[in-house]
Ligand binder design. Sequence first.
Ligand SMILES: Cc1cc2nc3c(=O)[nH]c(=O)nc-3n(C[C@H](O)[C@H](O)[C@H](O)COP(=O)(O)O)c2cc1C
Length: 265
Amino acid sequence: MKKKTLAMLLTLAMTMGLAACGSSEEASAETVQEETAETEESTETEEGTETEEQQTAEESGEQEADAAEEKSADSQESAQESDEHVLIAYFSVPEDVDTEGVDAVAGASIVVRDGEVLGNLQYMADVIQETVGGDIFRIETAQEYPLDHEPLVDQAAEEQDADARPELSTQIENLDQYDTILLGFPNWWGDMPMPLYTFLEEYDFSGKTIIPFTAHGGSGFSNTVNTIAELQPDAEVREDGLSISRSEVAGAEEEISSWAAGLGL
Ligand SMILES: Cc1cc2nc3c(=O)[nH]c(=O)nc-3n(C[C@H](O)[C@H](O)[C@H](O)COP(=O)(O)O)c2cc1C
């Protein structure tokens, strides 16, 4: 009788134990399902966000493309309307600095003229045009450069290491009308900025004269004049280009002007 009671009690205890176990497994399975649902939800949210971001990026990409088209159309229009034979093509990245000149390193990359902030090469190109006439053409890239000094020098170094050819967003449509190209660029890491390579490989300046001008932090032209001659073997690349230290550009209006006037254009 005692054995029977003990057996019954044991059976009862085992049944209860299994039932408890089952419900805790169910509970933990539910928790996993809930967690999975939450994860899926958050994945959906993330994907949803990504889609919105993509849309925004697409829209802004379209806007950028429109702006680039407009820009290119503008320069084309002004050039087609003119009968100029001189083209002043330049590349310039006016670094984003305190225009009071507090940032002494990067501050030397800009000139403030009539309240307008210009890159050194942009300023030089303007003075040249005021002196000899001609059409202005700004070489611009599809991907804009950072205007802060450190990221800018880093990106320029990476592009040079990779021998990159950054895509241009502005085009000369009427190259035939020009016999002389004044070509302005800053010295970047002892060389031309890589977009200048894209530019010089994209166009054929055979039979034309190229006159380089540069601004720099001490390196002058480095070897860039020879490089231009190598990239455009059938153009005449003049040796009497203008090279001005970046710290002197802002005060060099007269020097730039008399150099341009003496070119015989
Ligand atoms: C990425 C980068 C690299 C540079 N590397 C050199 C260099 O190797 N030698 C030099 O003399 N100046 C160098 N400079 C100074 C520029 O040539 C100078 O600031 C120039 O005036 C910039 O012209 P911009 O304002 O029209 O772009 C460098 C500037 C930058 C932004």
